[in-house]
Design a protein around this ligand. Structure first.
Ligand SMILES: Cc1cc2nc3c(=O)[nH]c(=O)nc-3n(C[C@H](O)[C@H](O)[C@H](O)COP(=O)(O)O)c2cc1C
Length: 318
């Protein structure tokens, strides 16, 4: 089916906008010609293809300055850019200039440049090419690669986006040790706190898993036992304490079938929080942060360790 067979005439610019809703990372594809001259262009059409053999692909526009060179090259490299490499991405998305001047890179096995500071690179030999409309699909076989845990540069709807929080979260979630999940839940200026039956220590409600409202030991089950049906849509804090990982959500109350306080679960007005009974300094600072942020309607996320970490603003509204 070619363009003329389309049910409605397709507007290429609009189609590009529709394709652009797919959030991607950003790469720079590089190669070297027989004379030793290096070429590169920014691309987000990268995709992994196969593990055995190890294949990946990228699409190069037939209008690209380097089309012939990439088409004839014995190999090419894929550089996956880090969050702080927007300038490099812009440089390699621009035509004509001496793109490599001012950037630090080294040649890999195929001679293709790999930039310092990327989060991953793949040095490939040319495996296959597929002619596809106004692009040529370059399929490469990976000869060598490396990667690290730095935050990636993202791209969606024609703009760079930051996935900065995600890799740190992933690292936290995927690391070993036990996991405790908790929720900061407020109902009309009253915050739900839990008393540890053994120590009388007061804390933000925690459980071993988020679970559902039917399992009493889960976080949602605990909340449901107070008559609260809550959603946990927002991350509020994530940190390590010893071998334990803590993930706290900021809850949103969906419905309340009357308040049903148990001996261990109570609602406290902000000015009646029993601070002296809260022994965990991370919990104290989380509650204080919540009370301040709530008054401004502007929330953040804490990531790091039990004692020190960083607070990231969360974009809300619009
Ligand atoms: C985020 C982003 C993604 C891009 N993805 C591609 C792509 O996948 N393939 C492509 O041919 N051009 C892509 N481009 C456009 C090229 O980078 C741009 O046309 C560049 O000027 C090509 O350089 P050249 O003509 O000097 O080779 C992208 C640009 C940006 C900013």
């Amino acid at each position: 089916m070619d363009d003329e067979d389309a049910i409605i005439p397709l507007d290429p610019l609009d189609l590009r906008r529709a394709f652009g809703t797919f959030a991607t990372g950003v790469t720079i594809i590089t190669t070297v010609d027989e004379a030793g001259e290096v070429y590169g262009f920014t691309a987000n059409s990268f995709s992994s293809v196969s593990l055995d053999p190890p294949l990946l692909l990228v699409n190069i526009a037939k209008s690209a300055y380097g089309l012939k060179v990439f088409g004839n090259a014995e190999g090419f490299a894929v550089n996956i850019l880090a969050e702080n490499q927007r300038e490099l991405s812009n440089t390699f998305a621009t035509k004509g200039t001496d793109k490599f001047a001012g950037s630090s890179w080294s040649s890999k096995f195929t001679g293709s440049p790999v930039f310092d500071g990327v989060i991953a690179w793949f040095d490939c030999e040319s495996f296959q090419q597929v002619d596809a409309g106004d692009h040529l699909i370059l399929i490469g076989k990976v000869l060598e690669y490396d990667y690290n845990s730095d935050a990636p540069l993202g791209f969606c709807r024609g703009a760079y986006v930051s996935y900065g929080l995600s890799p740190q979260m992933l690292q936290l979630v995927s690391s070993t040790g036990s996991l405790r999940v908790g929720a900061v839940v407020e109902v009309k200026g009253n915050i739900l706190l839990e008393t540890d039956p053994d120590s009388d220590e007061v804390r933000i409600p925690v459980a071993d898993n988020v679970g559902d409202i039917h399992s009493p030991d889960s976080l949602l089950g605990k909340l449901a036992s107070t008559g609260l049906e809550a959603k946990l849509p927002f991350l509020y804090a994530a940190y390590h304490h010893g071998d334990t990982r803590f993930i706290y959500y900021r809850g949103e109350v969906l419905s309340m079938k009357g308040i049903n306080e148990s001996p261990h679960l109570h609602f406290f007005a902000f000015d009646a929080i029993p601070w002296d009974a809260i022994h965990d300094t991370a919990v104290t600072s989380m509650l204080k942060r919540y009370i301040t942020e709530r008054s401004m309607g502007n929330y953040s996320v804490y990531l790091g360790g039990h004692v020190s970490g960083e607070v990231y603003p969360v974009k809300t509204g619009d």
